[in-house]
Write a protein that binds this ligand. Sequence first.
Ligand code: 7TS
Length: 415
Amino acid sequence: MSHQDLEALDVGAIREEFPILQREFDGEQLVYLDNAATTQTPDPVIDAMSDYYRESNANVHRGIHHLSQEASIAYEDAHDRVAEFIGASGGREEVIFTKNTTEAENLVAYSWGLNELGPGDEVVLTEMEHHASLVTWQQIGKRTGADVKYIRVDEDGRLDMDHARELITDDTAMLSAVHVSNTLGTVNPVSELVDIAHDCDALAFIDGAQAVPNRPVDVEAIDADFYAFSGHKMAGPTGIGALYGKKALLEEMQPYLYGGGMIRKVTFEDSTWDDLPWKFEPGTPQIAEAVGLVAAIDWLEEIGMDRVQAHEEEIARYAYERLTAEPDVEVYGPEPGPERGGLVGFNLESVHAHDLASIMNDHAVAIRAGDHCTQPLHDKLGVAASARASFYVYNTKEEVDKLVDAIDDARQLFS
Ligand code: 7TS
């Protein structure tokens, strides 16, 4: 996308829809650069949820009364809207609402993994998996006797694809790979990974928590068997995420949570399950959150996902250039370009990432410091923690300048 197209994105107008961005702390205006953890919520999303509570709140599953019918239609239709957004032509039957990406990983690991895996089977992950995927498959491996293997990350923070081709074999039953790394910013070649898995008759799960919020994603073009993401990282509410799954697979899978709202017929002896996706959504679901997620999708699509992506890449490139210009700052992950998403992980020599984040906080600059739920990857990088600035559609280059000013401040304090 050209610079001209980028200028068409009116960041000033976008920021006005986020009252929280106007907050000040000790006279300094908030600079919110922790978007990979959670993005802020624009007024239209907050309004959609409060309108729902004001006007349509009721339980779903088709009560006879007006409100329940309204709530049920809004909740059910939300599945279709999510399906359309990620290119799932099967519609609602291929979209299960979960609490978040983590729960989507667990759903597949318990429902499919626990039943299908056994000794001799292998699950292939990447070294840059978030704990949501890594810990889940690791523990399912222990319970089933399946081996878990990891595709190497090279010195530039990219996956070693030769190693991927070596590791994925006829013994591989499942590949689970992160689409965009929350620590390195790497955009992985997920279609290629899925093809390699399919050539070996393995299934492929893609963790899209850091991809769906900031780039066009088409699950069918990727040919993922499962794909997961969270609402709260894409201008939507907390408490809702989605699992996409190919219909034929979801139909075969057993539910892993049981209760009301997911059954067809229950006797004292046995039960049968409702149609997809309800079979995987027991109990009272996240109704207001589903309404909020639809509002977030509408809001993002009005901007255009390609422009969201271009804006983030532009800010990330600027941050990368400013940070790599500092001789005592180590920046992780690939160079700016199509292989890097909208975040930059780094460390300032001789200042612990937590101290750095704390000094940033004194300037109202919000970043994340720690292991970002990728402890084994940090072990591999040889650091206990890193600092991370992650961007969204409302961030500006001036905010990156404030980040770099705060680094100067930290350097002086600790020298
Ligand atoms: N996968 C990736 C790649 C993530 O970045 C995260 C959250 C998750 C899964 C889990 O998402 P959740 O919605 O289930 O919590 N990542 C981060 C982060 O980087 N900082 O805080 C949460």
